[in-house]
Design a protein around this ligand. Structure first.
Ligand SMILES: NC(=O)c1ccc[n+]([C@@H]2O[C@H](COP(=O)([O-])OP(=O)(O)OC[C@H]3O[C@@H](n4cnc5c(N)ncnc54)[C@H](O)[C@@H]3O)[C@@H](O)[C@H]2O)c1
Ligand SMILES: [Zn+2]
Length: 363
């Protein structure tokens, strides 16, 4: 088992990464000194697979534990589901010392974390992420929240988990497309912060795609370390944390204009990362050879790097980018990279150059 520390003073916690960790859930939670009562929040795909094992492990450690199942998918990440969770927590008489366990992907993590952040003005929660995206990204850092009709993640809080338990064995049942989508975030960490990780991914991608345990463990742990480092320096997203949004300005807009239907998150940010790499070449002199390495690695991971859209759709995409909540003062700000392994946030890009970066075959 590998352990990564997230250093946030009294809100510090550990990320534990390894095989068969769900079995240790009870002893791990007992070591945190949490209250006896807990509720597992999971979704309809994950609960049948891992719900019983998680509940059993908690009960073995003398926790009084119930399983609450919400629908699967992004549409469950809304206030209606939050309310349904509150009602159930109330019916189960959860107290301030009770805790919530988020068992699932990023949707469950964000939703259950938000429920925990707000119920009784905040109760503890533990993350047990079961998608690659959730293990390397969403379960770490304390951003929790839900969507409104007006946009994604518009309601939320910062509420750090007390523990993140990444059981790599849960990834075995993850659909291939979801796994590859998670790889887009993995590749992102190499691009923004760790040239050695990027090279390792170039070398070990086949093993990673086979979900080979040792490779998976090393790579997930390294990604968590990078996220922990960044969050440790900028918990509430005022500056450095912005680098985690590499590829996301275009990616988020793409998800929005396609109504979260056509692309998975990782696919949208893969296109966004390729566009940001091309912009980086023009704005910060990222060598063309490195742009090519980024595009090649994304493509080898089975991810798209080019936008297939009509000019009308392209226009919509540009206006969506201007609506992104990270836009300030009307200027579109990008995270760009002068080299693989280094990132600079807050880089403004002229609209014309942005349009070119999204053109089908131009650069
Ligand atoms: N809080 C953050 O910092 C942060 C960061 C990135 C993304 N997010 C959020 O994360 C969400 C996306 O997360 P996601 O990609 O994990 O999606 P998800 O939670 O919807 O999971 C993807 C699909 O896989 C299923 N699934 C999960 N684990 C499985 C397993 N082990 N075996 C089989 N099926 C499994 C789920 O039921 C779902 O159908 C978005 O809502 C996004 O906004 C949050
Ligand atoms: Zn992302």
């Amino acid at each position: 088992m590998r352990t990564v520390n997230v250093s946030l003073g009294e809100r510090s916690y550990q990320i534990k990464i390894g095989a068969a960790l769900l079995r240790r859930l009870g002893t791990e939670c007992a070591a945190l000194g949490l209250g006896r009562r807990c509720v597992i929040i999971s979704d309809r795909n994950v609960a049948p697979r891992f719900g019983a094992a998680a509940r059993h492990a908690l009960r073995q450690a003398a926790f009084d534990c119930e399983l609450l199942t919400v629908p699967a998918g992004e549409t469950a990440k809304d206030l209606k589901t939050v309310r349904a969770c509150y009602d159930q927590l109330a019916a189960l008489h959860l107290e301030r010392t009770s805790f919530v366990l988020a068992l699932g992907g990023g949707v469950v993590g964000d939703l259950a974390g938000f429920v925990a952040a707000t119920y009784l003005r905040g109760i503890p929660f533990v993350q047990a992420p079961t998608t690659l995206l959730a293990q390397v990204d969403s379960s770490v850092g304390g951003k929790v929240g839900v969507n409104l009709k007006a946009g994604k993640n518009l309601v939320g809080a910062f509420h750090q988990p007390r523990l993140v338990l990444c059981d790599l064995e849960t990834l075995a049942s993850l659909p291939e497309r979801e796994f590859r989508s998670g790889l887009a975030e993995v590749i992102k960490y190499g691009i923004i912060h760790d040239a050695a990780l990027f090279s390792r991914l170039e070398r070990d991608l086949p093993a990673l795609l086979r979900r080979e345990p040792a490779t998976l463990a090393a790579v997930v742990a390294r990604c968590c370390q990078i996220k922990a480092e960044v969050v440790g320096q900028d918990e509430t997203d005022n500056a450095l944390r912005a680098i985690l949004n590499f590829g996301h300005t275009v990616g988020h807009a793409l998800e929005a204009v396609s109504h979260y239907g056509k692309y998975l998150h990782g696919e949208a940010i893969a296109i966004g990362q390729a566009a940001a790499a091309r912009l980086s070449a023009r704005r910060l002199g990222l060598p063309e050879s490195q742009v090519a390495r980024i595009e090649t690695l994304l493509e080898r991971a089975g991810l798209p790097t080019r936008l297939s859209a009509t000019s009308r759709q392209r226009e919509k995409l540009l206006s969506a980018m201007k609506l992104d909540k990270k836009v300030s003062g009307g200027e579109i700000k990008f995270v760009l990279v002068p080299n693989i392994g280094q990132a600079r946030f807050g880089q403004t890009v002229p609209a014309a150059m942005l349009e070119q970066s999204l053109a089908p075959l131009a650069n």
